[in-house]
Structure formats: structure tokens, C-alpha cells
Design a protein around this ligand. Structure first.
Ligand code: SAH
Length: 457
């Protein structure tokens, strides 16, 4: 069949054969084209309008669904499609988990050239309101009312959000109070173009364990009249707020948080707990955003490792040390390495505050660190690696092949880079069952964990 060249505005029909790794439906049109369309489900037939054509890909938007899938559900969020934060609110949760399982299997098949066993994804009992961090820009709507919400995908237009379905349920009512108090005290949202007004963003972090909240006002001014009165009213109305911070950002920038901070109420941080370990979270601390699933992920790592108590463990890409500290009581020693110095400081403080004295964290590039360890003939029994999306560096992977730890536990938020790295390691390591964990329901992201065991000759 000859493909018909398509241009913006063309209307075509087709059926959905699969999804892309990032959650677009792959629509095969009746005249032989492939179009990527959001918010459709496998098996559906639809009429779509082409809205973006490049040499690599054609994108479209749904006009009409001619045949509906039984896996389609009504999104709980009224702006699920416009916002772009969620890709799968229209898909029932079991089908979302099936997509994620297949995404992991496909990545290994295509990139690592073998087909390991993939377990069912560990999902959430209640896959809503799971995020412990919300950051929303503030602005005016066209009637002059103060609004907060999300930027419409690829724009700086704010879409009004009353209650985001994946963020803490405690945050929505607080944001409503903030909008009311701001108009009462004439504290205006910041206007990016005119550079007028005050409040740019409000960041809310929630302690899952203690149900405490931190509110951070990101503002374009140091002295704000009536600000402290407004804060008094806010914390009186919401006793669950235990700290309020003013973050000052006067730059013309997309970066949300500025460098300067002033604590306006409470200690300036909140505490949360994973297992029996307490973490202090400041406005800028890195912290896993889905604490319920984080415990399941770390528990899976602990179970896979089958520690005897004698191990020397490397926690590579350790962030604030949450994995290493969760394991410390099962092993002899934990050594952590992480690039971001403040995170390392947090990790060592977290160790101290929790009276864990067999875990130490160091600042540095994980690849360089492991190369040096290999040169000095150091050994680790177990290496836990949890790199960012781009995966591990080749220096890191090659050093693993030199040190040859008995076990490697690879945790990853991108199956593609994980498959690439494991393709290199598989000559020396037996690859166990892959265990995906759903840390980010309603999005296309999937976390994955696997045990690699050193092959014996
Ligand atoms: N293990 C932690 C954090 C994982 S996120 C947790 O479970 O919370 C990945 C971490 O890798 C981030 O903290 C990031 O700062 C760090 N990182 C990124 N590149 C790095 C590198 N080259 N060397 C060491 N750490 C790095």
C-alpha cells in the first residue's frame, strides 16, 4: 500500500495497534500511515486530525472514537488530556500495568537482545493521590481571578487545577486557602512578561508518615506587606502545615526555586519515615515522590540480596542515602557514592540522626569512584546501583566487570538504558527475573529492579 503524504489539518481514520514507550497510541491509518496520538487505547478505531508533521514522526489529536476499548475508563481528572502530566488516566489500572510490563520486556528484547522473565508489575492498591510533592505556578485567569495549576503542555499558559488526582489530597484545600488569602491581602501572582507581582510558585511537600506539610512560597520579592499576616491565617486554617518557607527567586528563569530562603514558620523542614528510618526533608532535598511504592521497591532489593550480615555493600547513585540506610542493619558496611554534594551531606546526617554507624557516603562520580576502587583492589560483595535516566556510565559498568561483585542489584527508572547496561554485564552475570514497580501510576514511567549474580566458571 502506498502511503499518502500527510500535512497539518488532515483528517484520517485508523486503528490503534500498540503504544510508544512514552504512552502515545500508535495509530495505523487506512492509507498506510503511522500517527502518534495521545489518549487512545489499543484496539480502538478513531478519527484523528494531524497536528504535527516532521521527517521522523507524525502526531495527531483525537476527533472521534469510532470503536471504544473495554479498557477505557473515564479519567478522574477533568483536565487529564490538556495537562499532559498523566498519559494514562483514560486506561484502567490493570491495563496500565500490562503496558508497563510489556515496555520492560520490549526494551530487553530490542536493546539487550534476550528475553528475561518479567514479573507482573507491583502496583498500588489505590493509585491516586500518591505524590508527596506539588509545585504549582500562580497567575490570573481572564476574569482577573487568581488561579494555580499546571502549565499546558509546552506552553506557559496556566490550566486551573482544583485537585490534582495524583498529588497529595491534603494539598488541594491548602492551595484554595492560599488563593483566597492572596486576593484578600492583595498579594498578586507574578507576571513573567511584565515582571510584576509577587507569587511565582507554591511548592507543597507532604510527609506520608506524619501527615505534616511544608509550604514554600516562591516569590519575586524579599519584603512583602501583609505576608506574615497571611501566613498566620494560613497555618491557623490548616494545622497540618508544620513549616512555611519563603524562597526568593528574582531571576527571569524557568528554574522554580531560587537560592535564597527564609523560614517563616516552624523548623524549615519536615520529617518522613521509610521503614524505621527518619529523613529530614528541606525545600530542595531530593526525595522519592511515592513513599508507599518506595518501601516496596527497597524491600524487593533487600529480599533479592539475601544478606548474611557479612557484606560490604556499595550504594551507587545514592541520593540522600535512603537505599543504603534501609539496608545498613542487614549488612556489615555500606559505602555510598553520589554526585550532588548536598545530597551526600543529607545522607551522612540521616545516618547520624538514625544512629547508623556502618554507612558512609561520599561525593563523586560513581564511575570514577568505582574505577579507583578497582585500581586499589577494593571489593564489594553487593553493588546496588540506581542511576538516573541516562543509566550508568561505561566507566562504571566496566569497573563492575573488573571488581566482579558477587551480586549486583540494578534499580532503574528507564528500562532502555538499563537494558543497554545489562547487555554489557550479561557475559559475566546471570540475569534474574525483572521486577517492575509502579512508582508513577497514570504516567508512562516504570521503575524496574533486577538481581544479577556473578556466573561461576
Ligand atoms: N538511590 C536514591 C537516588 C536515585 S536518583 C534513591 O533511591 O532515592 C539517581 C541519583 O544519581 C541522583 O541523586 C543523582 O544526583 C545521582 N547521580 C547522577 N549522576 C551521577 C554520577 N555520575 N555519579 C554519582 N551519582 C550521580
Amino acid at each position: 500500500m502506498n502511503k499518502t503524504p500527510l500535512k497539518n489539518g488532515d483528517i484520517v481514520t485508523g486503528f490503534v495497534s500498540d503504544y510508544t514507550f512514552d504512552g502515545f497510541a500508535i495509530l495505523k491509518t487506512d492509507n498506510g500511515n503511522t500517527i502518534f496520538v495521545p489518549s487512545l487505547v489499543i484496539g480502538e478505531q478513531a478519527e484523528v486530525m494531524v497536528n504535527y508533521v516532521s521527517q521522523k514522526a507524525i502526531y495527531g489529536q483525537v476527533l472521534k472514537i469510532n470503536k471504544l476499548s473495554l479498557d477505557r475508563i473515564q479519567p478522574r481528572c477533568p483536565i487529564a488530556t490538556a495537562c499532559g502530566g498523566c498519559q494514562f488516566q483514560h486506561l484502567n489500572y490493570q491495563a496500565q500495568l500490562a503496558f508497563k510490563k510489556k515496555k520492560v520486556a520490549d526494551a530487553f528484547h530490542n536493546i539487550a537482545h534476550f528475553d528475561p522473565i518479567v514479573n507482573d508489575v507491583i502496583g498500588m492498591e489505590n493509585p491516586y493521590f500518591y505524590r508527596n510533592k506539588t509545585q504549582m505556578p500562580f497567575g490570573f485567569d481572564n476574569r482577573g481571578q487568581i488561579i494555580s495549576g499546571f502549565y499546558r503542555a509546552k506552553t506557559h499558559d496556566i490550566i486551573k487545577v482544583k485537585q490534582c488526582m495524583i498529588e497529595s489530597e491534603l494539598a488541594g484545600p491548602i492551595l484554595t486557602t492560599i488563593r483566597t488569602l492572596m486576593s484578600e491581602y492583595h498579594i498578586n501572582p507574578y507576571d513573567e512578561d511584565r515582571q510584576t507581582g509577587i507569587v511565582r510558585h507554591v511548592l507543597i511537600r507532604t510527609s506520608h508518615h506524619f501527615k505534616h506539610l511544608m509550604v514554600v512560597f516562591v516569590v519575586a520579592k524579599v519584603e512583602i506587606s501583609n505576608f506574615s499576616r497571611m501566613i498566620d491565617k494560613l497555618v491557623a486554617a490548616h494545622p497540618e502545615i508544620t513549616t512555611v518557607v519563603q524562597n526568593i527567586n528574582m531571576d527571569k528563569t524557568n528554574v522554580i526555586l531560587g537560592h535564597k530562603e527564609k523560614v517563616l514558620f516552624g523548623p524549615g523542614y519536615i520529617k518522613d519515615r521509610l521503614f524505621d528510618i527518619e529523613f529530614r526533608i528541606s525545600p530542595k532535598s531530593f526525595y522519592q515522590i511515592n513513599p508507599t511504592q518506595t518501601e516496596k521497591l527497597y524491600q524487593t532489593a533487600i529480599d533479592l540480596a539475601r544478606f548474611t550480615g557479612q557484606e560490604r555493600v556499595l550504594d551507587a547513585y545514592s541520593g540522600i542515602g535512603s537505599i543504603g540506610l534501609s539496608m545498613a542493619k542487614y549488612v556489615k558496611e555500606v559505602v555510598g557514592v553520589e554526585l550532588v554534594e548536598v545530597a551526600v551531606k543529607d545522607a551522612n546526617m540521616n545516618a547520624k540522626r538514625n544512629k547508623i554507624d556502618n554507612a558512609h557516603f561520599y561525593t563523586g562520580d560513581a564511575g570514577e569512584f568505582l574505577e579507583n576502587a578497582a585500581k586499589r583492589g577494593q571489593y564489594f560483595d553487593v553493588v546496588i546501583m540506581d542511576p538516573p535516566r541516562r543509566g550508568a556510565s561505561s566507566a562504571f559498568v566496566n569497573s563492575l566487570l573488573k571488581i566482579k561483585p558477587a551480586k549486583i542489584i540494578y534499580i532503574s527508572c528507564d528500562p532502555a538504558t538499563m537494558a543497554r547496561d545489562i547487555d554489557v554485564l550479561k557475559s559475566a552475570y546471570q540475569v534474574g527475573r525483572l521486577q517492575p514497580v509502579d512508582m508513577f501510576p497514570h504516567t508512562y514511567h516504570v521503575e524496574n529492579i533486577v538481581l544479577l549474580s556473578l556466573k561461576t566458571a
